[in-house]
Design a protein around this ligand. Sequence first.
Ligand code: ADP
Ligand code: MG
Length: 296
Amino acid sequence: MSDQVAPGSAGAAGLASGGGLAPEAGPAVVIGSPRLEIRDIRKTFEGKRPVEALGGVSMTLAANEFVSLAGTSGCGKSTLLAIVAGLADPTSGDVLVDGRAIDGPGRDRGVVFQTYTLFPWLTARENVAFALRGEKMSAQDRRRVADEHLALVGLTGFADARPRQLSGGMKQRVAIARALCYKPSILLMDEPFGALDAQTRLLMQELLTRVWESHRLTVLFVTHDVEEAVYLSDRVFVMTNRPGRLKDEVRIDLPRPRTIALQEDPEFLELRRRILASIREESLRVEPGMDMAERT
Ligand SMILES: Nc1ncnc2c1ncn2[C@@H]1O[C@H](COP(=O)(O)OP(=O)(O)O)[C@@H](O)[C@H]1O
Ligand SMILES: [Mg+2]
């Protein structure tokens, strides 16, 4: 992994380098293969009525790139993310991390889902530390790394709280801390803020931007919220209706660090308009044989 990073750069990803956190880590330069390569992924769910969810998706993500995947509901976004996470098998195609084909889930990829996936009987600190159970670390170090990552997401002081004592946004912050604590080089997020109210959602977008801009790692982010995609990303892919394929790729060259005020910027609004139009075109397109009920 580190042999693909230029000398003097901060490491494969800021969070992947050394012990503890590496604040202000600059972007790494990839010399060899891309960090993440998705090669012609197809997926058909077999059954009485087979569902072709993905019709051939290919993309490459460079180290430390933030890429979003946007598309209508049911177009296969979650299916693709689960395959990249190694939680589901594709019908055909490959996923490569640093040039090596994945075989199931791995510590190189952290995952955050929309629904809260914390253990209710564990404290915030224990939930994060649980992700470190496979590491050769003392209990004290696990606790320290868990606390560092809770601090990263602004939860210092809540380490001993249990999930039921935390708001939705705070639970998702614990989930982000947990996904980052073992220093994956790739973070996979499936509508992580989808269940939150609008105000909390904005705060979480700001938090994620701040964490990502200061620590950098490769992110594949699934959302149907176009503003969120533009605000967070370096590139946004729009998917077609099912069977999902990539339809458009939009580069977001807005300056960083980004603040929420950017959402008023004419360039931001133009990018948003372009992506919305692309998605809208898909939602108006009726697949042959598609039920009206599926056009949501
Ligand atoms: N386990 C499954 N079995 C059968 N069909 C599924 C399964 N999971 C997802 N699908 C179908 O695959 C399509 C894509 O689903 P999904 O990836 O969840 O879409 P998205 O996340 O973009 O909303 C949908 O039509 C969905 O109903
Ligand atoms: Mg989904």
